[in-house]
Design a protein around this ligand. Structure first.
Ligand SMILES: [Cu+2]
Length: 163
């Protein structure tokens, strides 16, 4: 069978690119420890109010025994609840967020804190060293979720750790 030399070159080049991608993927996973998010926790989005953790009375900031904070929030068209939280700076925070309806985003302005909030799942984000700066920042939805999407935001006030 005759294969044109130019065609042969491109077959080798395409194969080399594919092999390079696989090598980089394995290197990133093994040597650098880069993996997709692995905490898969499911929840019934339609009955969050009946769950222990996401019931209205349990939303907000909780101080943990080790001094870190757990923030439990609900995203729903069109808002985050609670609508205002206050946390100290430089304190580790574990955010746990669930949605009652459709896909939402959760982003804190001026930080790299961002996650998708997917119906049926609990989104968890750990800020290992907490917020670095003080002040009030908006937390907003960055996934288009409907006509009121641009109204969907709440606020976080970051205080001095000492106060
Ligand atoms: Cu939205």
């Amino acid at each position: 069978m005759h294969v044109d030399p130019l065609e042969k070159t491109w077959v080798w080049l395409a194969s080399a690119i594919a092999v390079t991608f696989v090598v980089v993927l394995i290197w990133a996973a093994v040597a650098r420890g880069i993996h997709p998010p692995s905490n898969v926790e499911t929840i019934d989005s339609a009955s969050l109010h009946l769950s222990e953790e996401f019931a209205e009375d349990n939303l907000g900031v909780h101080r943990q025994p080790d001094g870190s904070l757990k923030v439990v929030m609900v995203a729903t068209r069109y808002g985050f609840y609670p609508q205002h939280i206050e946390v100290p700076a430089n304190t580790p925070i574990n955010f746990r967020i669930a949605t009652t309806d459709v896909l939402h985003g959760f982003h804190v302005e001026g930080t790299n804190l961002a996650t998708m909030v997917i119906p049926g799942f609990i989104s968890e984000v750990n800020l290992a060293e907490g917020f670095k700066t003080t002040g009030t920042k908006p937390m907003f939805c960055n996934e288009y979720c409907g006509l009121g999407h641009h109204y969907m935001w709440s606020r976080v006030t970051i205080t001095d750790k000492a106060s």
